[in-house]
Design a protein around this ligand. Structure first.
Ligand SMILES: Nc1nc2c(ncn2[C@@H]2O[C@H](COP(=O)(O)OP(=O)(O)OP(=O)(O)O)[C@@H](O)[C@H]2O)c(=O)[nH]1
Ligand SMILES: [Mg+2]
Length: 389
Protein backbone atom coordinates (compact mmCIF):
# COMPACT_ATOMS: atom_id res chain seq x y z
CA UNK A 1 0.00 0.00 0.00
CA UNK A 2 1.34 3.46 -0.95
CA UNK A 3 0.23 6.75 0.63
CA UNK A 4 0.45 10.00 -1.35
CA UNK A 5 0.20 13.44 0.24
CA UNK A 6 -1.35 16.45 -1.54
CA UNK A 7 -0.90 19.94 -0.09
CA UNK A 8 -2.78 23.14 -0.93
CA UNK A 9 -5.29 25.74 0.29
CA UNK A 10 -8.39 24.31 -1.34
CA UNK A 11 -9.40 20.89 -0.01
CA UNK A 12 -11.96 20.34 -2.81
CA UNK A 13 -9.28 21.03 -5.37
CA UNK A 14 -6.88 18.53 -3.73
CA UNK A 15 -9.50 15.76 -3.77
CA UNK A 16 -10.28 16.53 -7.40
CA UNK A 17 -6.60 16.31 -8.26
CA UNK A 18 -6.21 12.93 -6.47
CA UNK A 19 -9.22 11.52 -8.31
CA UNK A 20 -7.90 12.68 -11.63
CA UNK A 21 -4.59 11.01 -11.01
CA UNK A 22 -5.74 7.76 -9.42
CA UNK A 23 -9.36 7.31 -10.47
CA UNK A 24 -12.62 8.37 -8.86
CA UNK A 25 -12.54 5.49 -6.35
CA UNK A 26 -9.24 6.57 -4.85
CA UNK A 27 -9.26 6.01 -1.11
CA UNK A 28 -9.03 9.18 1.00
CA UNK A 29 -7.43 8.32 4.32
CA UNK A 30 -7.38 11.67 6.14
CA UNK A 31 -6.53 15.33 5.93
CA UNK A 32 -4.80 17.80 8.25
CA UNK A 33 -5.41 21.54 8.53
CA UNK A 34 -2.78 24.13 9.45
CA UNK A 35 -2.50 27.91 9.14
CA UNK A 36 0.08 29.95 7.23
CA UNK A 37 0.88 33.68 7.57
CA UNK A 38 -0.24 35.97 10.42
CA UNK A 39 -2.49 34.84 13.22
CA UNK A 40 -6.18 35.64 12.46
CA UNK A 41 -5.32 36.68 8.90
CA UNK A 42 -3.52 33.54 7.79
CA UNK A 43 -5.02 31.19 5.15
CA UNK A 44 -5.88 27.57 5.96
CA UNK A 45 -3.54 25.00 4.52
CA UNK A 46 -4.57 21.41 3.88
CA UNK A 47 -2.60 18.18 3.70
CA UNK A 48 -4.64 15.41 2.04
CA UNK A 49 -3.52 11.77 2.39
CA UNK A 50 -4.76 9.25 -0.15
CA UNK A 51 -4.09 5.56 -0.62
CA UNK A 52 -2.78 4.68 -4.03
CA UNK A 53 -3.42 1.14 -5.33
CA UNK A 54 -0.31 -0.89 -5.97
CA UNK A 55 0.45 -4.20 -7.71
CA UNK A 56 0.58 -6.18 -4.44
CA UNK A 57 -3.04 -5.40 -3.59
CA UNK A 58 -4.34 -8.02 -6.02
CA UNK A 59 -5.90 -7.72 -9.39
CA UNK A 60 -9.39 -6.78 -8.13
CA UNK A 61 -8.13 -3.66 -6.31
CA UNK A 62 -6.73 -1.99 -9.38
CA UNK A 63 -9.82 -2.51 -11.53
CA UNK A 64 -12.59 0.01 -12.02
CA UNK A 65 -16.11 -1.00 -10.92
CA UNK A 66 -17.04 -1.90 -14.47
CA UNK A 67 -13.95 -3.96 -14.98
CA UNK A 68 -14.51 -5.62 -11.62
CA UNK A 69 -18.03 -6.75 -12.49
CA UNK A 70 -16.79 -8.16 -15.80
CA UNK A 71 -14.07 -10.05 -13.98
CA UNK A 72 -16.57 -11.38 -11.44
CA UNK A 73 -18.85 -12.57 -14.27
CA UNK A 74 -15.97 -14.38 -15.93
CA UNK A 75 -14.99 -15.93 -12.63
CA UNK A 76 -18.54 -17.15 -11.93
CA UNK A 77 -18.79 -18.53 -15.45
CA UNK A 78 -15.65 -20.56 -14.84
CA UNK A 79 -17.05 -21.89 -11.54
CA UNK A 80 -20.34 -22.85 -13.24
CA UNK A 81 -18.47 -24.77 -15.91
CA UNK A 82 -16.47 -26.60 -13.26
CA UNK A 83 -19.67 -27.55 -11.36
CA UNK A 84 -21.36 -28.73 -14.59
CA UNK A 85 -18.39 -30.91 -15.34
CA UNK A 86 -18.50 -32.43 -11.86
CA UNK A 87 -22.24 -33.23 -11.86
CA UNK A 88 -22.44 -34.51 -15.45
CA UNK A 89 -21.75 -38.18 -14.47
CA UNK A 90 -24.42 -37.94 -11.77
CA UNK A 91 -27.02 -36.63 -14.24
CA UNK A 92 -26.26 -39.54 -16.57
CA UNK A 93 -26.52 -42.00 -13.70
CA UNK A 94 -29.95 -40.67 -12.74
CA UNK A 95 -31.25 -40.89 -16.30
CA UNK A 96 -29.89 -44.38 -16.84
CA UNK A 97 -30.90 -45.81 -13.52
CA UNK A 98 -34.31 -44.17 -13.64
CA UNK A 99 -35.16 -45.34 -10.17
CA UNK A 100 -32.16 -44.08 -8.30
CA UNK A 101 -32.50 -40.41 -7.58
CA UNK A 102 -30.93 -40.35 -4.17
CA UNK A 103 -27.20 -40.39 -3.81
CA UNK A 104 -26.37 -42.33 -0.69
CA UNK A 105 -24.16 -40.58 1.84
CA UNK A 106 -20.43 -41.17 1.51
CA UNK A 107 -20.83 -42.15 -2.14
CA UNK A 108 -19.13 -39.90 -4.60
CA UNK A 109 -21.49 -38.66 -7.29
CA UNK A 110 -19.45 -40.01 -10.15
CA UNK A 111 -19.14 -43.51 -8.78
CA UNK A 112 -22.93 -43.99 -8.30
CA UNK A 113 -23.44 -44.97 -11.93
CA UNK A 114 -20.59 -47.42 -11.73
CA UNK A 115 -22.02 -48.92 -8.54
CA UNK A 116 -25.38 -49.66 -10.17
CA UNK A 117 -23.86 -51.10 -13.32
CA UNK A 118 -21.41 -53.11 -11.27
CA UNK A 119 -23.90 -54.28 -8.63
CA UNK A 120 -26.40 -55.62 -11.18
CA UNK A 121 -24.10 -56.51 -14.05
CA UNK A 122 -25.38 -60.09 -14.19
CA UNK A 123 -28.93 -58.92 -15.09
CA UNK A 124 -30.48 -57.62 -18.29
CA UNK A 125 -33.84 -56.63 -19.81
CA UNK A 126 -36.97 -56.90 -17.67
CA UNK A 127 -34.95 -58.16 -14.71
CA UNK A 128 -33.04 -54.90 -14.66
CA UNK A 129 -36.28 -52.90 -14.96
CA UNK A 130 -37.82 -54.76 -12.03
CA UNK A 131 -34.70 -54.13 -9.96
CA UNK A 132 -34.94 -50.40 -10.74
CA UNK A 133 -38.55 -50.38 -9.63
CA UNK A 134 -37.76 -52.19 -6.39
CA UNK A 135 -34.95 -49.76 -5.59
CA UNK A 136 -37.35 -46.89 -6.17
CA UNK A 137 -39.55 -48.37 -3.46
CA UNK A 138 -36.62 -48.48 -1.02
CA UNK A 139 -35.97 -52.18 -1.34
CA UNK A 140 -32.41 -52.88 -0.29
CA UNK A 141 -30.22 -53.58 -3.38
CA UNK A 142 -29.14 -56.97 -2.00
CA UNK A 143 -32.76 -57.95 -1.29
CA UNK A 144 -33.80 -56.78 -4.78
CA UNK A 145 -31.07 -58.86 -6.35
CA UNK A 146 -31.96 -61.94 -4.30
CA UNK A 147 -35.65 -61.72 -5.15
CA UNK A 148 -35.30 -60.94 -8.84
CA UNK A 149 -32.82 -63.76 -9.33
CA UNK A 150 -35.44 -66.18 -8.00
CA UNK A 151 -37.61 -65.42 -11.03
CA UNK A 152 -34.89 -65.34 -13.66
CA UNK A 153 -33.60 -67.63 -16.33
CA UNK A 154 -30.24 -67.38 -18.09
CA UNK A 155 -30.33 -65.54 -21.40
CA UNK A 156 -27.63 -67.24 -23.46
CA UNK A 157 -27.48 -64.46 -26.09
CA UNK A 158 -26.95 -61.70 -23.55
CA UNK A 159 -24.98 -63.98 -21.23
CA UNK A 160 -27.02 -62.50 -18.38
CA UNK A 161 -30.08 -63.23 -16.22
CA UNK A 162 -33.51 -62.07 -17.34
CA UNK A 163 -37.02 -62.60 -15.96
CA UNK A 164 -38.69 -65.80 -16.99
CA UNK A 165 -42.05 -64.00 -17.20
CA UNK A 166 -43.02 -60.69 -18.71
CA UNK A 167 -45.19 -59.82 -15.69
CA UNK A 168 -43.46 -58.05 -12.81
CA UNK A 169 -46.15 -59.09 -10.39
CA UNK A 170 -45.86 -62.76 -11.25
CA UNK A 171 -42.08 -62.58 -10.90
CA UNK A 172 -42.30 -60.83 -7.55
CA UNK A 173 -45.00 -63.08 -6.09
CA UNK A 174 -42.99 -66.14 -7.10
CA UNK A 175 -39.85 -64.77 -5.42
CA UNK A 176 -41.69 -63.64 -2.29
CA UNK A 177 -43.30 -67.07 -1.90
CA UNK A 178 -39.86 -68.65 -1.91
CA UNK A 179 -38.07 -66.19 0.34
CA UNK A 180 -40.57 -64.90 2.91
CA UNK A 181 -42.60 -66.80 5.52
CA UNK A 182 -46.26 -65.88 5.99
CA UNK A 183 -48.25 -66.72 9.10
CA UNK A 184 -51.50 -66.58 7.20
CA UNK A 185 -54.96 -65.96 8.69
CA UNK A 186 -55.50 -66.43 12.42
CA UNK A 187 -57.20 -69.77 12.71
CA UNK A 188 -57.77 -70.56 16.33
CA UNK A 189 -59.63 -73.59 17.62
CA UNK A 190 -62.31 -73.09 20.24
CA UNK A 191 -60.87 -73.82 23.69
CA UNK A 192 -57.28 -73.46 22.42
CA UNK A 193 -56.42 -70.81 25.03
CA UNK A 194 -53.99 -68.98 22.80
CA UNK A 195 -52.16 -65.96 24.18
CA UNK A 196 -50.86 -63.26 21.85
CA UNK A 197 -48.90 -60.23 23.06
CA UNK A 198 -48.33 -57.16 20.90
CA UNK A 199 -45.02 -55.42 21.49
CA UNK A 200 -43.19 -52.62 19.70
CA UNK A 201 -42.02 -49.03 19.79
CA UNK A 202 -44.23 -46.15 20.92
CA UNK A 203 -47.17 -45.15 18.75
CA UNK A 204 -46.80 -47.78 16.04
CA UNK A 205 -50.43 -48.89 16.42
CA UNK A 206 -50.32 -51.78 18.93
CA UNK A 207 -53.55 -50.96 20.78
CA UNK A 208 -55.57 -49.99 17.69
CA UNK A 209 -54.58 -53.12 15.82
CA UNK A 210 -55.03 -55.43 18.81
CA UNK A 211 -58.68 -54.40 18.78
CA UNK A 212 -58.96 -54.94 15.02
CA UNK A 213 -57.81 -58.53 15.64
CA UNK A 214 -60.14 -58.85 18.63
CA UNK A 215 -63.06 -57.69 16.45
CA UNK A 216 -62.26 -60.29 13.78
CA UNK A 217 -62.03 -63.06 16.37
CA UNK A 218 -65.19 -62.07 18.22
CA UNK A 219 -67.42 -61.05 15.33
CA UNK A 220 -66.34 -63.35 12.48
CA UNK A 221 -64.86 -66.34 14.27
CA UNK A 222 -67.26 -66.23 17.26
CA UNK A 223 -64.42 -66.88 19.70
CA UNK A 224 -64.30 -65.88 23.36
CA UNK A 225 -61.68 -63.18 23.80
CA UNK A 226 -60.16 -61.41 26.80
CA UNK A 227 -57.84 -58.41 26.69
CA UNK A 228 -55.11 -57.72 29.22
CA UNK A 229 -53.26 -54.43 29.21
CA UNK A 230 -49.90 -54.06 30.91
CA UNK A 231 -49.72 -50.45 29.71
CA UNK A 232 -50.38 -48.73 33.02
CA UNK A 233 -47.70 -46.11 32.32
CA UNK A 234 -49.25 -44.01 29.58
CA UNK A 235 -51.93 -41.54 30.58
CA UNK A 236 -55.28 -42.65 29.15
CA UNK A 237 -53.99 -46.00 27.85
CA UNK A 238 -56.17 -48.08 30.15
CA UNK A 239 -59.26 -45.99 29.36
CA UNK A 240 -58.58 -46.35 25.61
CA UNK A 241 -58.31 -50.15 25.88
CA UNK A 242 -61.23 -50.45 28.29
CA UNK A 243 -63.60 -48.51 26.06
CA UNK A 244 -62.66 -50.66 23.02
CA UNK A 245 -63.29 -53.78 25.16
CA UNK A 246 -66.65 -52.43 26.27
CA UNK A 247 -67.71 -51.87 22.66
CA UNK A 248 -66.83 -55.49 21.85
CA UNK A 249 -68.30 -56.65 25.15
CA UNK A 250 -65.20 -58.63 26.15
CA UNK A 251 -63.49 -58.87 29.56
CA UNK A 252 -60.63 -56.44 30.16
CA UNK A 253 -57.88 -56.49 32.81
CA UNK A 254 -55.17 -53.97 33.66
CA UNK A 255 -52.08 -55.63 35.13
CA UNK A 256 -48.88 -54.21 36.58
CA UNK A 257 -46.74 -57.23 37.53
CA UNK A 258 -45.92 -60.76 36.47
CA UNK A 259 -47.53 -62.38 39.53
CA UNK A 260 -50.89 -60.80 38.73
CA UNK A 261 -50.56 -61.62 35.05
CA UNK A 262 -49.99 -65.29 35.86
CA UNK A 263 -52.94 -65.32 38.26
CA UNK A 264 -55.25 -63.59 35.77
CA UNK A 265 -54.29 -65.98 32.97
CA UNK A 266 -54.92 -68.98 35.26
CA UNK A 267 -58.37 -67.68 36.15
CA UNK A 268 -59.50 -67.06 32.58
CA UNK A 269 -61.50 -70.23 32.13
CA UNK A 270 -63.65 -70.60 29.04
CA UNK A 271 -61.62 -68.04 27.05
CA UNK A 272 -60.24 -69.05 23.62
CA UNK A 273 -57.81 -66.20 22.98
CA UNK A 274 -56.12 -63.70 25.31
CA UNK A 275 -54.70 -60.57 23.66
CA UNK A 276 -52.08 -58.65 25.64
CA UNK A 277 -51.49 -54.97 24.95
CA UNK A 278 -48.11 -53.68 26.09
CA UNK A 279 -46.63 -50.27 26.66
CA UNK A 280 -44.69 -48.74 23.76
CA UNK A 281 -41.00 -48.90 24.48
CA UNK A 282 -38.09 -47.45 22.58
CA UNK A 283 -35.86 -50.23 21.32
CA UNK A 284 -32.91 -48.32 22.80
CA UNK A 285 -34.43 -48.41 26.29
CA UNK A 286 -32.97 -51.68 27.52
CA UNK A 287 -33.99 -50.97 31.10
CA UNK A 288 -37.72 -50.61 30.25
CA UNK A 289 -37.66 -53.54 27.84
CA UNK A 290 -36.22 -55.65 30.64
CA UNK A 291 -39.00 -54.43 32.91
CA UNK A 292 -41.61 -55.48 30.34
CA UNK A 293 -40.00 -58.87 29.90
CA UNK A 294 -40.21 -59.30 33.63
CA UNK A 295 -43.96 -58.57 33.62
CA UNK A 296 -44.65 -60.96 30.74
CA UNK A 297 -42.44 -63.34 32.71
CA UNK A 298 -42.05 -66.98 31.78
CA UNK A 299 -45.36 -66.58 29.93
CA UNK A 300 -43.44 -65.14 27.01
CA UNK A 301 -42.30 -68.69 26.21
CA UNK A 302 -45.80 -69.99 25.47
CA UNK A 303 -47.27 -66.77 24.06
CA UNK A 304 -47.08 -65.63 20.49
CA UNK A 305 -45.25 -62.32 20.53
CA UNK A 306 -46.15 -60.12 17.62
CA UNK A 307 -43.74 -57.26 16.93
CA UNK A 308 -45.64 -54.27 15.58
CA UNK A 309 -43.66 -52.00 13.24
CA UNK A 310 -44.75 -49.00 11.23
CA UNK A 311 -43.95 -49.02 7.51
CA UNK A 312 -42.79 -45.43 8.09
CA UNK A 313 -39.63 -46.66 9.73
CA UNK A 314 -36.40 -46.29 7.82
CA UNK A 315 -35.01 -49.66 6.84
CA UNK A 316 -31.91 -49.58 9.03
CA UNK A 317 -33.94 -48.37 12.02
CA UNK A 318 -36.50 -51.15 11.54
CA UNK A 319 -33.76 -53.80 11.51
CA UNK A 320 -32.42 -52.24 14.69
CA UNK A 321 -35.89 -52.44 16.30
CA UNK A 322 -36.23 -56.14 15.45
CA UNK A 323 -32.74 -57.04 16.56
CA UNK A 324 -33.06 -55.26 19.88
CA UNK A 325 -36.55 -56.55 20.62
CA UNK A 326 -35.59 -60.11 19.76
CA UNK A 327 -32.84 -60.08 22.39
CA UNK A 328 -35.67 -59.78 24.96
CA UNK A 329 -38.58 -61.66 23.39
CA UNK A 330 -38.99 -64.68 21.12
CA UNK A 331 -40.68 -62.73 18.30
CA UNK A 332 -43.14 -64.96 16.45
CA UNK A 333 -44.11 -62.55 13.68
CA UNK A 334 -43.84 -59.03 12.31
CA UNK A 335 -47.09 -57.04 12.16
CA UNK A 336 -46.78 -54.07 9.78
CA UNK A 337 -48.80 -50.87 10.25
CA UNK A 338 -49.35 -47.54 8.52
CA UNK A 339 -48.82 -48.78 4.96
CA UNK A 340 -51.17 -45.94 3.99
CA UNK A 341 -48.56 -43.43 5.12
CA UNK A 342 -45.72 -44.41 2.83
CA UNK A 343 -45.03 -44.51 -0.90
CA UNK A 344 -41.84 -46.49 -0.45
CA UNK A 345 -42.68 -49.66 1.47
CA UNK A 346 -39.42 -51.54 0.78
CA UNK A 347 -39.39 -52.41 4.48
CA UNK A 348 -42.06 -55.05 3.73
CA UNK A 349 -39.47 -57.10 1.86
CA UNK A 350 -36.28 -56.01 3.59
CA UNK A 351 -37.32 -56.79 7.14
CA UNK A 352 -38.56 -60.40 6.79
CA UNK A 353 -35.70 -61.30 4.47
CA UNK A 354 -33.01 -59.78 6.65
CA UNK A 355 -34.41 -61.10 9.95
CA UNK A 356 -36.01 -64.35 8.74
CA UNK A 357 -39.09 -63.69 10.89
CA UNK A 358 -42.53 -64.56 9.43
CA UNK A 359 -44.95 -61.75 8.64
CA UNK A 360 -48.58 -61.72 9.77
CA UNK A 361 -50.81 -58.66 9.24
CA UNK A 362 -50.75 -55.27 7.67
CA UNK A 363 -52.70 -52.29 8.95
CA UNK A 364 -53.96 -50.00 6.22
CA UNK A 365 -55.46 -47.10 8.20
CA UNK A 366 -56.91 -45.90 11.47
CA UNK A 367 -60.39 -47.38 11.24
CA UNK A 368 -61.28 -50.18 13.67
CA UNK A 369 -62.05 -52.91 12.70
CA UNK A 370 -61.87 -52.71 8.91
CA UNK A 371 -58.36 -51.32 8.19
CA UNK A 372 -56.42 -54.55 8.47
CA UNK A 373 -55.39 -57.30 6.04
CA UNK A 374 -53.73 -60.68 6.36
CA UNK A 375 -50.40 -60.41 4.55
CA UNK A 376 -50.06 -62.71 1.56
CA UNK A 377 -47.36 -62.86 -1.14
CA UNK A 378 -49.78 -61.36 -3.64
CA UNK A 379 -50.73 -58.48 -1.37
CA UNK A 380 -47.11 -57.79 -0.53
CA UNK A 381 -46.25 -57.63 -4.24
CA UNK A 382 -49.19 -55.27 -4.81
CA UNK A 383 -48.01 -52.88 -2.11
CA UNK A 384 -44.50 -52.85 -3.51
CA UNK A 385 -45.58 -52.40 -7.12
CA UNK A 386 -48.06 -49.74 -6.06
CA UNK A 387 -51.07 -51.50 -7.54
CA UNK A 388 -54.57 -51.27 -6.08
CA UNK A 389 -55.16 -53.61 -3.17
N1 LIG B 1 -52.52 -43.89 9.25
C1 LIG B 1 -52.54 -44.91 10.08
N2 LIG B 1 -52.63 -44.68 11.40
C2 LIG B 1 -52.63 -45.75 12.22
C3 LIG B 1 -52.55 -47.08 11.76
N3 LIG B 1 -52.56 -47.91 12.83
C4 LIG B 1 -52.67 -47.12 13.92
N4 LIG B 1 -52.73 -45.83 13.57
C5 LIG B 1 -52.83 -44.64 14.42
O1 LIG B 1 -51.62 -44.47 15.12
C6 LIG B 1 -51.88 -43.82 16.35
C7 LIG B 1 -51.26 -44.61 17.50
O2 LIG B 1 -51.96 -45.83 17.61
P1 LIG B 1 -51.96 -46.68 18.94
O3 LIG B 1 -52.73 -47.92 18.66
O4 LIG B 1 -52.37 -45.88 20.13
O5 LIG B 1 -50.41 -46.97 19.03
P2 LIG B 1 -49.65 -47.77 20.20
O6 LIG B 1 -48.55 -48.52 19.57
O7 LIG B 1 -50.61 -48.52 21.02
O8 LIG B 1 -49.08 -46.53 20.99
P3 LIG B 1 -48.42 -46.60 22.49
O9 LIG B 1 -49.30 -47.45 23.33
O10 LIG B 1 -48.39 -45.17 22.88
O11 LIG B 1 -47.05 -47.15 22.31
C8 LIG B 1 -53.39 -43.71 16.47
O12 LIG B 1 -53.77 -42.43 16.06
C9 LIG B 1 -53.91 -44.74 15.48
O13 LIG B 1 -55.18 -44.43 14.98
C10 LIG B 1 -52.44 -47.27 10.34
O14 LIG B 1 -52.33 -48.36 9.82
N5 LIG B 1 -52.44 -46.16 9.55
MG1 LIG C 1 -51.04 -48.50 23.07
Amino acid sequence: MEIVKYEGHDLEQLIHQAKQEYGKDVKIISYEVSKSGLPFFGRKKYALFVQVPTEEEGFMDVLSKEEKSQEVDKFLERIEKMIDKKIEPLKKAIVQEGAITEVPPHTSQGSRQLDFAEEFKEFTGDALDLIKLLLKKDVDPKVAKLLVKESCGFDIDANKFDLNTSFFKEALVNAIEKKIKFKGPLKIQKGAFKVIAFVGPTGVGKTTNLFKIASELVINQKLKIAVISIDTFKVGAIQQARSFSNILNIPFFAITDSKNLRKTLQNLSGIDVVLIDTVGRSHYDYWRLGEMKEILGSGSDFMDISLVISCNYKNTEAIEVVNRYRTFFPISDIFFTKIDETYKPGILLNLPIKTDIPVSFISTGQKVPEDIRVLTPERMANYILGESL
